[in-house]
Design a protein around this ligand. Sequence first.
Ligand code: SF4
Ligand code: SF4
Length: 342
Amino acid sequence: MNAYFLKENDLGPFVGRLLAVTKLIGPVAKKTKFVFAELHAASDLRLDYDCTILPPKKVFFPPQQPLITFSGTKATSCIAPVDQVLFGVHPYDIKGIDILDNLFRAGNPDQNYLANRDHTTIVGSSIQRVAPRAFWASVGTEMTPQGHDAFITRIAGGYVFETRTNKGEALVQHGQFVEATAGQRDAASTENEGVGRECPEKLTHSSAEIATKVRAAFGNEELWKKLAADCLSCGTCNIVCPTCYCFDVQDTWNLDQVSGVRSRTWDGCLLPGFAEVSLGGGQTENFREHPYERYRHRVMRKTTYLNEKIGGPACVGCGRCGLSCLADIADPVHIVDTIMEA
Ligand code: SF4
Ligand code: SF4
């Protein structure tokens, strides 16, 4: 839509005025790391973050989410979204949100996700610091971030604020914006294009080549056993991933044994019980019993299985899994390189 310029010293007052009129969520410091959290002061906002511990999907799809309360045969929906602004989302995380939007809107749309999503205005942000295991510049290059309403880019002396939707445009009234010059818009483009060269890791094959080769490697059990040999089955690589969306649903009953709440909780395909099903009579069957089978399943999901449905790989190259895995075996670049060379 439009491109505006905001002087460096005017960012704080802009964020302060947004805080006065809406719930505002953005990257904030947590000891030496960063998390997406509700802002209480403009100074909480840290657009110089590298990567947050958890992705911003938690704003629409929280780790634990009540779905309905029930009493006898009566059920009441827990959907109660509030208008909010999610400020400062890096492009790779916008792509993660795009993927979840696609998956949660398809088929039988997930209203519990969509209600929160549709009440949120997303402001993307340029990347001022690149995370230690990031490779977003070389993955899924056929997919461009689309789900944001505006995008803020830091340039010399201030910020270029580009609006994409009416929701993004509506934010402009709260700041001292002026129309951006052609030079300022060019500076923003140069900034966003150049930062990709700072990614410390890089995939050297196209998404299609990777998908073909990884799928062909499915039956190479020795390869998967070797790759997953140190896996602790902790599920951390699932939990930190912006595109993982599996959940478990449970009913919790009150003491009256009549009423209660049905909730969903993030699940992870690396966890031992993820693929365990009941056979009845106290018997169970686990169709991905061994850690290497679960490890392989995650790699297949990220590189291959969903590609046709979402238009590219289900990995946005944030590097969170590689950084979080205690055994240091979850980094997709290392995994893909090993498979491509096998
Ligand atoms: S690959 Fe790493 S993070 Fe994932 S379950 Fe195994 S040990 Fe945990
Ligand atoms: S697989 Fe790893 S690098 Fe890819 S999006 Fe998920 S957490 Fe990020």
